[in-house]
Design a protein around this ligand. Sequence first.
Ligand SMILES: Nc1nc2c(c(=O)[nH]1)N[C@H]1C(S)=C(S)[C@@H](COP(=O)(O)OP(=O)(O)OC[C@H]3O[C@@H](n4cnc5c(=O)[nH]c(N)nc54)[C@H](O)[C@@H]3O)O[C@H]1N2
Ligand SMILES: Nc1nc2c(c(=O)[nH]1)N[C@H]1C(S)=C(S)[C@@H](COP(=O)(O)OP(=O)(O)OC[C@H]3O[C@@H](n4cnc5c(=O)[nH]c(N)nc54)[C@H](O)[C@@H]3O)O[C@H]1N2
Ligand code: SF4
Ligand SMILES: [Mo]
Length: 681
Amino acid sequence: MIVKRQITTMCPMNCTPTQCGMTVEVEDNRLVSLKGDQNNPDSRGFLCIRGRASQEIFANPKRLLHPLRRVGERGENRWEPCSWDDAYTMIVDAIKQTQPERVGLWRGHGGSTTGVGSNLISRFGSTGGYQQWISAIVCWAMGGYGLGLTGALKTSTKYDMAANSRTILLWGATLASQPDLAPHLIEARKHGAYIVHIDTRRSEASRHADEVLLLQPGSDAALALAMAHVILQEGLHDQAFIEQQTLGFEQFADHVQQYTPEWASEITGIDAERIRDLTRRYATQTPAMIVLGGSSMFKHQHGWEPARAISCLPALIGQYGVAGGGLGQRHGASPESSGYANVLSDITEQLPRGAAIPSHMTAISEAFSAGRIDVLFLLGSNILSSFSDANEIERGLAKMKLIVAYDLFMNESARRSADLVLPATAWLEDIGLKQTGTHIYLMERALTPEGECRTLSTILRDLAERLDLANFFPWQDDEAYINALLATQKTETGEPLTVAELRKRGGYWQKNGLAHVAYRKGNFQTPSRKIEFWSERAHQAGLSPLPSYTAPQGEAYPLRFCQGRTLTAFHSFFDEGQALPTLAKANTEPLLWIHPRDAQKRNIANGAAIVIANERGQFEAKAHVTDDVVQGVVWMRDGWSGINRVTSSSQIIPLVANDIVPGIPGGQATYDAWVEVQQMQ
Ligand SMILES: Nc1nc2c(c(=O)[nH]1)N[C@H]1C(S)=C(S)[C@@H](COP(=O)(O)OP(=O)(O)OC[C@H]3O[C@@H](n4cnc5c(=O)[nH]c(N)nc54)[C@H](O)[C@@H]3O)O[C@H]1N2
Ligand SMILES: Nc1nc2c(c(=O)[nH]1)N[C@H]1C(S)=C(S)[C@@H](COP(=O)(O)OP(=O)(O)OC[C@H]3O[C@@H](n4cnc5c(=O)[nH]c(N)nc54)[C@H](O)[C@@H]3O)O[C@H]1N2
Ligand code: SF4
Ligand SMILES: [Mo]
């Protein structure tokens, strides 16, 4: 008799802090249904189009099922199947023929669909002495860096926002990127909260807002500095909080005198009076929470400055540590709680410090171009889409001897540059864990792998054995490894949480030490443990010690190109969505938002085929003419191959200042671009 089994798991995408629960039914090793898990305390049954489409990964004719070896020249996209043994031999030989520091590991979101891959990659890199980099440099690093200098990395939860916030600033935040916020915004509004959305375009988040302020990209630091000016000028600041919890207030107060709303109005495009109104509301209609965007609003020149300046505002009005105040949920951040145990503490880094290429995108891309890497692993990443200036990256890839891609489907980088493609298991074929701000969830193995697909853990363990990497995997099996991650969580009896115990509890676990309100007791993440209006670390490293705004360097092209997320895509997952029929239908071609006046000037009609170009390159798209985007700005979602043919990989933070915020490198490149747009001839 064939038995139908029901399994509780999590969506494989990493929309963090949004992570949605799933219930799947399997029968005879076949997925028969997939839906939102109604009992999941975070997502309460919600599953977006991408989550639902993930069932199309299975039994998909485009899925990679066998290792593939390149035939002919790189980029010809001709492949032949090979055995796993042959694939391993190719990799091991290439590694043995070079020095460890010429081997690189680059991990993308595809490497974390089960939530537990990243530590294994780190162990593989450290025990082998290979180059590896912190992937936040393509993602949330710039926001984290600016917030880290001020000392405000922890966030308060969506539950706290819903219950307690009276004013909410959705500042560069969208619901496409974090849908789990939406029901909590609705709840907050029912309690009378007033919501302001600040962005370079109207988005689905605007529908939840009482007021929308559109501003020029990269001008948020100017807005925040002017808000600080108004707070101090009108005496709206909290003297007691400032005295007890902050450092450098005198210098800061002197410094912001110059930043009038009139000054900021010129830069942001927002009326000075509206800036004053916004500030008065923010400073007096408290508790007031700022829900900051995760990455796109910081993907500009001087991208750390907005986060640095904005994070000073809650301190000025004493809103850190207050229910409904402070900073709300954000990609790359978490509330105060205990997370996973450190499973890297028992290994000795084999790569000499001096030989390490830093987690700094410009330095990495220069090292690629200088031929400093011979073997590169692309673990669940389409690097031509995740790194800016894809042309430069591609030139660097061409210098390498062996490029190994590990993916579910072919992707642009693999087609153009890889020598070996390894077929990955999907999340239901492996065991894993996911964490949200508040919970840890078990992801049970539900299916045996299709074809010859192998898990990341299997591949790395096999390679470590062949390469004699001592102490790579000290656990008996994957479950024991996951138990090690869970060791910090203690049950009611004081015993460490385990997979077995999680199973007994239906796979859900509320994290130990969870605080819905961050910084109740101060203890900010700076050397002084106070909010640092004046940052001596920044000063010593040659950056502005006080929050600053630097005007962008103009370029020869007239339109500023910005990006963000849409609900129907997760970066370039699944061959840019094209491998899953539901997502392919929703993503037929790249759409560029352009303001009617900018379109008219160029004779571009809505729906017209266009070329986006600058000095780096060009790519083709379709025009979406709309006054939802600020004039002079053009906008598109990321993840289409070609976007990063035009975006800039200029450094934001110089190498000397790369490591001054512990754990958060300053090595993100700018990513934005100035472009011209033309009707296709
Ligand atoms: N221009 C521009 N570029 C950007 C951005 C932007 O806003 N603008 N955003 C940046 C940001 S924030 C990020 S995080 C990066 C994202 O960059 P990455 O995290 O590298 O994501 P992708 O480029 O989509 O590549 C992920 C690959 O993993 C594969 N994959 C999916 N599931 C699995 C799986 O279970 N196992 C394995 N092995 N592979 C899988 C997908 O098919 C895809 O090919 O891109 C950055 N690039
Ligand atoms: N649907 C979906 N969700 C995702 C992902 C995905 O690929 N798809 N990826 C996940 C990942 S890896 C990340 S990093 C996060 C990113 O999460 P976020 O950065 O929070 O979300 P985005 O939608 O990328 O961008 C938010 C908004 O920033 C605006 N913006 C751009 N420049 C500026 C500016 O200078 N100032 C202001 N105020 N706004 C600006 C954009 O117009 C956009 O509306 O999303 C995560 N969630
Ligand atoms: S928002 Fe969608 S893609 Fe993201 S975790 Fe939830 S269901 Fe998955
Ligand atoms: Mo990201």
